[in-house]
Design a protein around this ligand. Structure first.
Ligand SMILES: Cc1cc2nc3c(=O)[nH]c(=O)nc-3n(C[C@H](O)[C@H](O)[C@H](O)COP(=O)(O)OP(=O)(O)OC[C@H]3O[C@@H](n4cnc5c(N)ncnc54)[C@H](O)[C@@H]3O)c2cc1C
Length: 91
């Protein structure tokens, strides 16, 4: 194991998946300059690289009704959320 001086860092993020990378980026935007992003895999975002067959689908470019109709179970439950935060809002 490498010899890290934890006192050097002002924030430490464990896991460089989507959430961890966003967290580290946000910490940098907030002015933290000594951020350690620790990942057990050999590269950051390894799971992200396999999502959506390597393209990482963010959402589908379709209307709310189509999204609800193509949700596997109980799509109507998501109608309100999809309406407030639609595909166009996300992209
Ligand atoms: C086959 C597949 C396809 C998918 N396709 C899509 C898609 O097209 N679009 C989409 O939006 N989502 C997709 N997802 C979901 C998406 O991958 C997850 O929602 C997203 O990766 C979750 O991010 P996360 O940061 O919460 O967790 P993770 O991506 O799991 O990241 C956690 C990280 O922490 C690391 N870690 C864990 N424990 C430790 C430790 N003790 N020390 C150091 N590091 C550690 C892990 O190695 C990992 O890199 C897909 C998921 C799978 C499995």
């Amino acid at each position: 194991m490498s010899d890290y001086n934890v006192d050097f860092y002002d924030s430490v993020v464990i896991g460089a998946g989507a959430a961890g990378m966003m967290c580290a980026g946000t910490a940098a935007e907030l002015g933290y300059s000594r951020i350690a992003l620790i990942e057990k895999n050999n590269i950051y975002g390894k799971k992200l690289l396999i999502t959506g067959k390597g393209r990482c689908n963010v959402t589908n470019n379709c209307d709310v009704r189509t999204l609800v109709e193509n949700t596997v179970r109980n799509g109507r439950f998501l109608y309100s959320a999809f309406s407030s935060f639609s595909s166009s809002t996300i992209t």
